[in-house]
Design a protein around this ligand. Sequence first.
Ligand code: HAM
Length: 420
Amino acid sequence: MSELILKPKGTNDALPEESYRWQYVESVLRDAAADFGYREIRFPTFEYTELFVRGVGDTTDVVQKEMFTFTDRGGRSVTLRPEGTASAVRSYLENSLYGPGLPVKLFYIAPNFRGEQPQAGRYREFHQFGVEYLGSPCPAADAEVIGVYSDILERLSIKNIRLQINSIGCPKCRPVFHAALKAYFQSKKDRLCGSCLERMERNPLRILDCKSPVCGEIAADSPVGLDYLCDECKNHFEETKSMLDAMGIGYEINPKIVRGLDYYTRTVFEFVSTDLGAQSTVCGGGRYDGLIETLGGHPTPGLGFAAGLERMLLVMDAQGIPIPKPEGCRIFVASLGSAADKPVQKLVNDLRKLGVKAERDTMGRGLKAQMKYADRLGAAFSMVLGDNELEAGKASIKDMATGSTFECLLSAEDIKNAVT
Ligand code: HAM
């Protein structure tokens, strides 16, 4: 026998016994997105590398260390999508989605790829549900977007999640904050790691997401953006908070949230679970008022979030939230003798076409083994077709739970009415 080939590190299979859980969460997400007026966008799994370098930012860990980048056969550098926002904005611009007017409200459910060190809740291929709200500068949009995820948590009965918000300012006030950060880190530079020394020069904000414990300790006492906001940003943040208050959405202000991607401006937020380990952020997002322009569009504000499906399922698991299981086999049709083979095949096919989950044996089993198989499938009903039944044009159907039986004509319609 040849050696088995296993899945790549940091990837997961969703096995048949668990894929219904994904389908359930996805259907709740789709319903919520539709109720809030977001329309689905699907984009390619890979893009030209330049999109993420320019969109996500070349000082981020995602771009510097985590992208799966390769050269295609034509010699162009392409990258497996590490996040959805850059792709959504690229498509919005490429397809002039702004044409009919703003705002444009998009959602996606898509796999993403980051070459991170895998651990519980952190994978190299993971799935995000994301929304992007393009065109509005108003705090009402910030509150709406946060409200979408807040509502999703309710719909999924997920508890123990804290919403943390912050504002990281705009290009007007950010330079002052950066200068303060740089001055602070400059005074500690002997203890910073090599990457952070470089970050200090190019983008000191990125030191705040360094994974080294020493840098983390230093960053804990660094200046916070909220103290450096310009009046417009301050008002925007105040207004966003009072919108959330009006909606009854609880939040905490966490001045340390800066997010790991470069495009953010003003409002940033995270939904953090107390039931997950180190990877406790189930959803992250914020405003990116400069991104559309950076990617070649007219200056247009935007914002959004993405939530990891794996982390949502982990939290639901940890909280023992029941997920409705799909219905199994409705009726198993066993065959007795070779004459019944084709009639069984036809009957099962006819039942399926009528929407009845019908099964038969295709392994050449004897009757006893067929009934065992019916048990394994969890069939609600079973029937046996042999010479006698074929001749009589009827058969007895057995209710597998109670053991009781009843007669039924051998017509798919009649059987359907009897078992559903
Ligand atoms: P992000 O914070 O990089 O933001 O990712 C959002 C969420 O995706 C995280 O909170 C987490 O649930 C999940 N996630 C990220 N990396 C992994 C991983 N390696 N394994 C498992 N789950 C992961 C973004 O991606 C932004 N595009 C969000 C956004 C949309 N901002 C504005 N619009």
